[in-house]
Design a protein around this ligand. Structure first.
Ligand SMILES: [Zn+2]
Length: 202
């Protein structure tokens, strides 16, 4: 659509708690309006991330060029595939993952955040609650799992079931972890739905 000034208008998302609206605006004639919308989007998005339990220091994470500097990035940007961010502690995996979370909120997708150590703790406290815990994420289109770890053999069946459930429900998955899973069944599920990217310190 063209503006009355003749320029092609850009599509600007308006983020609200329950939905994302898109409006066509001209970046010259409507620049103050665009600025206002972007400022508000930022605020609403940060508030959503806070409510979802994202670590405070990552709430402001925004997408950078270098976060998309891997092969296959367009299919992650478009929401076709998820991402498995791999690397030792302190390389900024969670920060990058939250930037992707923000990206998907802007694209109008429903997102959920799973602190995986909390997930395991709740599971160990009462494994009978597993299906309840699992169903907490049913609403989401994209599930972001922070600090994924499948090394504990006592909870492996639950961990596999959780990932397999997300896979079958065709949820997009984003994970951060220090290592790739060693169990074939799990590695296959994760490999089929994510691109693996290793982050290196420095
Ligand atoms: Zn214009």
């Amino acid at each position: 659509m063209n503006c009355t000034c003749g320029r092609l208008m850009g599509i600007i998302p308006i983020i609200a708690e329950k939905m994302v609206d898109n409006v066509a605006l001209c970046e010259v004639c409507h620049c103050t309006e665009i600025e206002k919308i972007q400022h508000n989007n930022n605020k609403v998005c940060s508030e959503m991330l806070r409510k979802l339990g994202v670590p405070k220091q990552c709430i402001g994470a925004t997408m950078r060029k270098e976060f998309c500097a891997f092969q296959g990035a367009p299919s992650v940007l478009s929401g076709e595939l998820g991402l498995f961010l791999l690397g030792e502690s302190g390389v900024g995996k969670t920060y990058q993952m939250i930037a992707w979370m923000r990206h998907h909120i802007y694209a109008g997708r429903k997102v959920a955040y799973v602190d995986f150590s909390d997930f395991l703790c709740e599971l160990r406290a009462d494994a009978r609650k597993y299906t309840n815990i699992r169903s907490l994420y049913d609403y989401a289109d994209v599930v972001f799992i922070d600090d994924f770890d499948s090394s504990n053999p006592y909870v492996f069946e639950f961990v596999y079931n959780f990932i397999n459930h997300l896979y079958k429900e065709q949820k997009l998955m984003f994970l951060t972890a220090e290592a790739l899973p060693v169990q074939d069944r799990l590695a296959m599920r994760i490999g089929a739905s994510t691109i693996q990217v290793e982050l290196i310190k420095g």
